[in-house]
Design a protein around this ligand. Sequence first.
Ligand SMILES: [Zn+2]
Length: 426
Amino acid sequence: MRQSIVAAAICLAVPWAGASAQTPAVSQFTRQLAERRDVREALRRLETGFTAHVDEWIRIAQIQGKSTHEQERGALVRKAMQAEGLEVTTDSIGNVIGRRRGTGGGPTVAFAAHLDVVHPLGTNLTVRRAGDTLHAPGIFDNSASVANMLAVIRALNAGGVRTAGDLIFIGTAQEELGLHGMNYWLDHNPQPDVLIAMDGGLGPISYGALGIYWTKYHFKSAGSHTNTSRGKPTPVKALADAVSRIYTALPPPLPNGAVFNVGQIHGGEIFNGIPENLFFTTDLRSNDPVLLDSLDRAIDGHVAAAARNEGVEWRKEIVSKLRAGGTEAMLRERRAHPLVQTAIDVYRFVGVELPPGREAIATGSTDANAGVVRGIPSIAVGRSFGGDQHTLKEWAHWPSALPAAKMVLLLAVAMSAPPAESRVVP
Ligand SMILES: [Zn+2]
């Protein structure tokens, strides 16, 4: 018994180091925990409050929320958290943070639901309801999670659930611009013991981080009138050559390789002259930090060679660099952390099926990435079924937000308990 308490204490103190690759993952979720009177009452309140939950979800989705313009959504979240007695702060980047104090002696569990959407200000966000589906830009990503978060806070209070560790609920800002709000919060606050991003559909649990590098490559020449252009260096040829070299040398695909895309080519103003300035953008993604950096350098090499051949100048502009968490092989210890197995067990308990053999995946593109690359045990869990996110056709299946909210509530209770208390000790 003592041994298992000691092992559990190590889990708490050393992020990700609680289990080795050989140790089977230990779950902190038990059926007894779900059947505790307060927890049962909280789950019941999620059910009885579900109509109001969906109504609030629709209200949130109809508030404009383009990244950096999340304030009105933030104000709604702030008001709801204050009404539930949380200690609420809004930081200078626009994150709204509500702390629900624990009784002490348990891990601090942070939940993050991003407030922002990709849709420009002025987009028609009116929600259309058709049967079990809600249609509107941003309804799925990530208005659903914001509503789930508020519903969970209310249900915990209504059930009288006390946790040992603090629960921190964060409506994050500027997630869609590169996890800016989450990174800001982690850089300016004590690290939580566990970070759970509420984002994505109800699919596999993400415990990794897809690294994403966004770069602009600029080419410059002296330019020339078309009539005198024969034989003169032109950035158009250099750009075309560079892009072609990169695509010819593409690495193997994900999950162990990379994906790459040129999303933009800009430059030139007129028909009758060699352009002086051009650029193209690259979007390079991999789970493997070593591969990502080596591909980044290889792309520089292709661009440099193409520019040299043509006799034009080139320059690299790094727009955004989100670090990679590691491949499945590199993240074996993280897969074995109690957080991942607890989440899998909780999904099963609430009746959400996960693809067999792919219950948890070593990748992710959510606020959890910011935790993964800092060594904080971090996962992303889903908000509902849905699709077509980041488009005007976005939709969400509203009944599935109920099991998603139950899952978050149970994760909050299981992960904030002192590990010894939530385990069946032989
Ligand atoms: Zn999202």
